[in-house]
Each structure stands twice: as C-alpha cells, then as structure tokens.
Design a protein around this ligand. Sequence first.
Ligand code: 5CA
Ligand code: ZN
Length: 418
Amino acid sequence: MDAWPDVAVPELPGRGLEPMITDTASRALAVAAPGQVARLYACGITPYDATHIGHAATFVAWDLLVRAWRDAGHEVRYVQNVTDVDDPLLERAARDHQDWRELADREIGLYRSDMTALRVIPPQHLIGAVEALPLIEQLNTRLGDRGALYDLDGDSYMSRAADPWFGMVSGLDTRAMTELAAENGGDPARPCKKDPLDPMVWLAARPGEPSWPSELGKGRPGWHVECAAIAGHYLGESFDVQAGGRDLIFPHHEMTASHARVAVGDAGGEVFARRYAHAGMVRLDGEKMSKSRGNLVFVSRLLADGLDPMAIRLAILAHHYRPDWDWSDVMVADAVDRLARWRSACAQAAAGGAAAAAGPLAAAEVTAAMRERLADDLDAPGALAAVDRWAAAAAGGQAAGSGPAVRTAVDALLGVAL
Ligand code: 5CA
Ligand code: ZN
C-alpha cells in the first residue's frame, strides 16, 4: 500500500556519529547498523483507532534513528507493516456494524496524514497483512516443510520446540512468557496445544469473518507470521533492527524471530534482526494509553484543536524513547513554549556576528552536541538541551548569525521545522 509523502531532509556539513541503540536481546548498547546499508523493520499499526500519541512517540523514535543513520552516511532501507486483518480490527468493525476494510482504510488514511504532519520519514515499503498473504503462505509452507506445524481443530500452530533459540529476544522465563502471551493476543490456556506458548500461524475460517484459501485450509493469518514474512521478504534473512513498543517484546518479537529461524533452519541464532529496539509506553494519568482502555489522545484531535504539529513532536522528543512517560497538559504547554523560544532565537540569530563561525554557541558546536546525544541511544532530551542552551544565548544576542544553520540542523536531526 502507499506510504505517505517523503520528507525532505537537509544534508548537514560533516558527518554524524555512528548511532548506538539499546538492544533488548543483549541488554547492551550496540552499534545499530554495522554495515553501509541500515535495514529497519518497524512494527506498524493495527488500524482500528487512529494514531494516538503513544503510536506517534514510537514512530518518532524510529524516525530519529533513520535521521541519525542518514546523517552518519548510511543508506537506509525501512519497512513497516499494517496489521489490516486481525482480531481487534474485526471485533471493532463488528461492534460498530462497519465493514472491516472500510474501517482499516479510514484509519490508515488518518495515520498517513498524522505521520505527514509530524514530519516522520516514510518507510520505503508499507505493507498490509492482506497484500502480504502470498508471502505469509510461503513462510507457512516452509514451516510445514520443516515439520514444525501442527493442527488443532483446523487452526495451525508452530511448535516452539522446533526452535532451540526460543526466548533469546525477551530473555523471560516460561511463567512470565505465559502471562504476557495471555495479555497480548496469545492463547496459552487453549486445551490440547502441544505447548501453551506455541504461536498460531493460521486460523481456520470463522463464520462472518474474512478468510482466504491456503494450503492450511481456508482462513486468515496469525499475527507473528505476518511480520516474519514481510521483514524476511523485504529486508532479507537477517537485517539490523526490529523496532516496536515494549508491549511487543513478548510474544510478538519473540515469535517473529522464532518463525524466521525455524523457516530457515537456523542453527546459530543468526537469523532475523541483529538488534531489537523497544520504546516505552506513553500513559495518560498513569495508565498505558491503549485502545482497549479507551484513554487515547489522538494526534488528529490535537491537530484539529490547533496544536502546532511541531509542538507535538517536541513534546514527544522531550522524553527519552525507552522509559514509559505520561502525556499531560503541562508538558504540551512546555513544548509550545520551547517551540516559540527556538523560533524567536532563530529570528534573533538570523544574521551577522562572529558567533556564527566559532565558539560554543556556533552552529557547528550545537550540531555536534546534538549528533553526540542522538548517537547515544537516541537521547532526544539531551539534544533538546543543547538547542535550549543555544536559544537562551541567542535570545541574549550572543549567537548572531548562527540561526539559519541551527535551524537546518534541527530540521535534519530532530525533524522539527522552525
Ligand atoms: N500491528 C501491531 C504490530 S505488528 C501493533 O502492535 N499495532 S498497534 O497499533 O497496537 O501499535 C503500533 C505501534 O505502537 C507498536 O510498535 C506498539 O508497540 C506501539 N504502541 C502502542 N501503544 C503504545 C503506547 N501507549 N505507547 C507507546 N507505543 C505504543
Ligand atoms: Zn509486527
């Protein structure tokens, strides 16, 4: 499916540092992409409630990574999926007496316009589960050929015992995995499974639900095979980073990697993502923002209320991507205030003066400080602090001439248009 329009990213003088990110699997800070081509798979939306600020924060985090990679001289290949057929989407469509395709199309449309407003760089491939059905079928065939699938009343499961590396992403024990599976779309309590954690790869057709023919019978895909198939097809057997909110660590990212390994017959745990990046959850009043809780703040609502999209972006960037954080009115007011300060600093430092060329307030120094912070696990708050220091000096008339170059650096590295 179409992504959204590309975002122009200015080239900065010099080169950014090699971005490091915290890898969930090894629990260590690691170079995000060791080769020249940086390959990213970000798990995308399930389109039944338009972009809320939690989604936006997660996709802005990966946007920072894409920008840091480009600035460091990498060519970036970026793929994202859209889970356009799955239980929550079908349940919402049924509840609202709506066609599930119309619901998905409408929400995908909103997502595109929200990402555009927030100046998020689009992936080269935005792939829906429905359009990926042939890829999913191929993956399921490979899993079957490895003897890893079994049937339970028409539904097909992969046996996790087929994967000696199962657990390497989350590092959790069986009990914790079982609890998380029950919370996040799994069915560990279903009787007669060979193992409670076995993931479903194909659901037999249910009355009133969409279904497609396949070697495993008429039905629809499980969730994890969707991402395993799309990532494998567009990025290859192994790639640099799989990214998502931390709610995807288990079961989703554990299972996608496991499917990929079993399909390839990987004996060394080398297949699929080399790194796993996870963003914290955005909360409202201390509770995770989620469709099921209904405590959502929509990007489209904020925009319709007249909030500057760059203030939304700054509100997100004021938080490091990894810990959970709370959306609040005070924080929005702070972001609006910061945006105004930065814009007026740019105007004040528009022309003239020696500070443009040298010294701690020169554009080159501010850019270097931002680069250094962003390369260190996407430390956006640290990058914002560097610009804040410059803006305070510029307001005092001490950074004359540096405005245009700082504006360009903020655009390229933070995606904020001043
Ligand atoms: N379609 C699947 C991934 S394949 C999915 O999780 N869809 S989603 O719409 O529920 O979430 C899209 C992305 O936003 C995922 O990376 C998810 O982890 C992230 N996300 C969801 N809720 C929040 C939240 N409250 N805060 C931060 N990120 C969130
Ligand atoms: Zn996914």
